[in-house]
Design a protein around this ligand. Structure first.
Ligand code: 0X9
Ligand code: ZN
Ligand code: ZN
Length: 303
């Protein structure tokens, strides 16, 4: 059975039940299928409105083994629905904006970490001529593609793919964001681990045009996060804060024109790493809510 304080494998039934629980605040749409044919269902949170609202896009589970990430997207959806009307910040957010949540980006890989190999990272696509499976979805976006911190070897964990958007999951998400770029004001992608709040660029050491504002918002979000349990995050551009790596979704969204583009690396700093115990799901999600809500509130007030 589904539990917000356990690691749940991807299943259609949580999505179906949550999206039918409050039709005034949540709806779902399929943006395409994964390589293995699973529907990629995107949830839309927000008060129904006759005119189109500005939006935030958030995805979880780009990397299969980072289990705390899908747990956070599920937590976010639950909290949004249960605190709308009582929490002033959430109420204003969902009144004035829509939040698109993709609970698991790399569903095939995520399923494989439950049934096959726990430390799998990539997609599960195959190509004749290679016995190695999958590409790194966060090296497959069209942003300095495969120039830096990515591998052209299909057997590598950071394989950039055979071409930009060769991975159908990447293409589906990129198509949705391109189609909706007029309304999407922020892009948030949830990874683990290292306790970092990253923003562009990672494909170059050049500073982003909006570097100081992006840094200021990241530091505000990190301070909000820390206020709950004292968890420390480091903020900065990807290239210098974690490592240079091209083809990431954050850089791609930013260059498309989505100014507020952030990558979270959630708990911890390495003691458990990807194997973060289930006992840390609740505190991790509660503190991360504060950071995401901080970014969302800033965006809402500055568009
Ligand atoms: O390497 C990554 O894709 C991310 N770290 S992880 O340990 N979750 O794999 C960092 C992504 C930072 N952004 C870009 N490289 N564009
Ligand atoms: Zn990751
Ligand atoms: Zn809560």
């Amino acid at each position: 059975a589904h539990s917000y304080t356990k690691y749940n494998n991807w299943n259609d039934s949580w999505i179906a039940s949550i999206s039918s629980s409050n039709p005034n605040l949540i709806s779902k749409q399929v943006i395409g299928n994964t390589y293995e044919g699973r529907p990629m269902t995107l949830l839309k949170l927000g008060k129904k409105s006759s005119s189109s609202k500005p939006a935030i896009f958030m995805d979880c589970g780009i990397h299969a083994r980072e289990w705390i990430s899908p747990a956070f997207c599920q937590w976010f959806v639950k909290e949004a629905l249960s605190t709308y009307g009582s929490d002033a910040q959430m109420t204003s957010l969902l009144n004035q904006m829509d939040v698109y949540v993709l609970p698991v980006f790399n569903i095939d890989g995520y399923d494989y970490t439950h049934k096959g190999s726990r430390m799998w990272r990539k997609t599960r696509s195959r190509k004749s001529g290679s016995s190695c499976i999958g590409a790194d979805p966060n090296r497959n976006f069209n942003a300095g593609w495969c120039t830096l911190g990515a591998s052209s070897n299909p057997c590598s964990d950071t394989f950039c793919g055979y071409s930009p958007e060769s991975e159908i999951e990447v293409k589906n998400v990129a198509n949705f964001i391109r189609r909706n770029k007029a309304i999407i004001k922020a892009y948030i992608t949830i990874h683990s681990y290292s306790q970092l709040l990253l923003f562009p660029y990672s494909y170059t050491y050049d500073l982003a045009q909006h570097h100081s504002e992006l840094m200021q918002v990241a530091q505000g979000a990190s301070a909000a996060l820390r206020s709950l349990y004292g968890t420390r995050y480091t903020s900065g551009p990807g290239a210098t804060t974690i490592y240079p790596a091209a083809g990431g979704s954050d850089d791609w969204a930013y260059d498309l024109g989505v100014k507020y583009s952030y990558t979270f690396e959630l708990r911890d700093t390495g003691r458990y790493g990807f194997l973060l115990p289930e006992s840390q799901i609740k505190p991790t999600c509660e503190e991360t809510m504060l950071a995401v809500k901080y970014i969302a509130a800033y965006v809402r007030k500055n568009i």
